[in-house]
Ligand binder design. Structure first.
Ligand SMILES: C[S@@+](CC[C@H](N)C(=O)[O-])C[C@H]1O[C@@H](n2cnc3c(N)ncnc32)[C@H](O)[C@@H]1O
Length: 228
């Protein structure tokens, strides 16, 4: 893996960490909370007792998961110290550690579920992450990936693309955040493979089943995979 690429990403996320949650709500018109809620609703239906949240950032996912599954043991992992510091200052009791999603520091068969919200796209290799997720999941375990995607419908795709090219850099620039970091994010959404390709990759990585559901016309997609 591109160590250099990881370092650049780490720096981007360190830079935007202090205002990350506010910017997220602003840029998504508060839809980000609803998107995460849907992922956690599905996770809840599996009632996992051990959960790993990869690319946990400031731990929005963990916060909601804890309220829905209070008995579950949840660990968060992220590359950026900046993001983890914000998480720790908000919730000092959280179990979080710094690490790379493509080299998970856990033994095989450790978790009943893995969640990753808006972080899969940033993995240096999607396949390496999926193989690692499969390795640390127990048999019958579930992987829930929530990701910003391009709508399948050409009209909504065009609108989304326009938004990424215009609104996102203007708003992030206006609030004084690292414009380069948000440009990187916009590019990574544009270049992210389509939903069907991701499903094929998940199955190629050894998961027994995989499906997806579009949210807000496909601006985000929730992928759910199950280990045999
Ligand atoms: C857009 S944020 C998402 C944070 C959080 N999951 C949420 O729902 O808001 C993406 C996160 O992925 C992390 N990240 C990027 N590459 C990573 C990697 N290779 N391994 C672990 N975390 C990574 C970043 O540091 C950042 O916190």
């Amino acid at each position: 893996m591109a160590l250099k690429e990881s370092k650049v990403l780490e720096r981007y996320f360190d830079t935007i960490a202090p205002g990350y949650e506010t910017m997220n709500s602003l840029l998504s018109l508060n839809l980000d909370q609803r998107w995460r809620q849907r992922m956690i609703q599905i996770l809840h239906s599996y009632n996992p007792k051990t959960i790993l949240d990869v690319a946990c950032g400031t731990c929005d996912v963990i916060r909601v998961t804890k309220s829905r599954l209070p008995e579950a043991q949840i660990i968060g992992l992220d590359l950026s110290y900046g993001m983890l510091e914000v998480a720790k200052s908000n919730q000092p009791e959280l179990l979080i550690l710094r690490g790379n999603g493509v080299e998970l520091p856990f033994p095989d068969n450790s978790f009943e579920a893995i969640t990753i919200a808006f972080g899969f796209r940033n993995m240096p290799s999607h396949k390496s992450f999926l193989l690692e997720a499969k390795r640390v999941l127990k048999s019958g375990g579930h992987l829930c990936i929530l990701e910003l995607t391009q709508p399948e419908n050409p009209f909504f795709r065009f609108c989304n693309s326009l938004y990424l090219r215009t609104v996102l850099p203007i708003v992030s620039g206006f609030f004084g955040r690292d414009k380069e970091a948000y440009e990187y994010l916009a590019n990574s959404i544009r270049h992210f493979p389509n939903q069907k390709s991701i499903i094929s990759l998940i199955l190629e990585s050894g998961f027994a089943k995989a499906r997806y559901e579009l949210q807000t016309f496909g601006v985000t997609t929730l992928f759910v995979a199950e280990c045999s």
